[in-house]
Design a protein around this ligand. Structure first.
Ligand code: GDP
Ligand code: MG
Length: 172
């Protein structure tokens, strides 16, 4: 018997950290894009199979509203999961994660699963954010930390699988 469960994922983070690349990389095989004209954002649907459960994720991506004040709370309303992404070579994008967390907490009053993503792990020679620091920060706010390279397709699948598993556990 197959069960189906669905959830909304929003991806937040500064411009240029690789949010769109991450989504497109994951969805390479399976591609279903929609645009919401009301908020000028796009969303993608994908399914992750976890044992006998199909977890359908609707992943929302921003398009140029990356500055906090420009983003409408409609974007993350009803989100079950937030991906908070930064670029490991740009420390200011890591510092800004805290602003995204504050923004989320101020607008969503239900539980949101937070996954922090250090992207561009292929650029390890230019790394400016130590992995340990990112882990410490993430654990401190009850989030999980992952690193990946959307460019080299390293660690990307794991992030979506983790999101699906957490959603499954949370909704159980
Ligand atoms: P967004 O503004 O957060 O959606 O970022 P984009 O997905 O548009 O990516 C911004 C730039 O970073 C583009 O030039 C991408 O090719 C590049 N980029 C994205 N992911 C990676 C990565 O994992 N490694 C490297 N080296 N570059 C990346
Ligand atoms: Mg983008």
């Amino acid at each position: 018997m197959e069960n189906v469960l669905s959830g909304k994922v929003v991806i937040l983070g500064d411009q240029g950290v690789g949010k769109t690349s991450l989504i497109l990389r994951y969805l390479e095989k399976e591609f279903d894009r929609h645009i919401s004209p009301t908020i000028g954002a796009s969303y993608f649907s994908c399914s992750v199979a976890i044992k006998n459960v199909i977890v359908k994720l609707q992943v929302w991506d921003t398009a140029g509203q990356e500055r906090f004040k420009a983003m409408t709370p409609m974007f993350y309303r009803n989100a079950n999961i937030a991906f908070l992404a930064f670029d490991i070579t740009r420390p200011e994008t890591f510092q800004n994660i805290q602003n995204w967390v504050t923004e989320l907490n101020g607008n969503i009053h239900t539980h949101v699963i937070m996954i922090i993503i250090g992207n561009k792990s292929d650029l390890s020679n230019d790394r400016k954010v130590p992995r340990e620091e990112a882990i410490r920060y993430s654990n401190g706010i009850g989030a999980t930390y992952y690193e990946c390279s959307s460019l080299k397709n390293l660690g990307v699948d794991r992030i979506f699988e983790s999101a699906a598993i957490k959603l499954l556990k949370h909704l159980d």
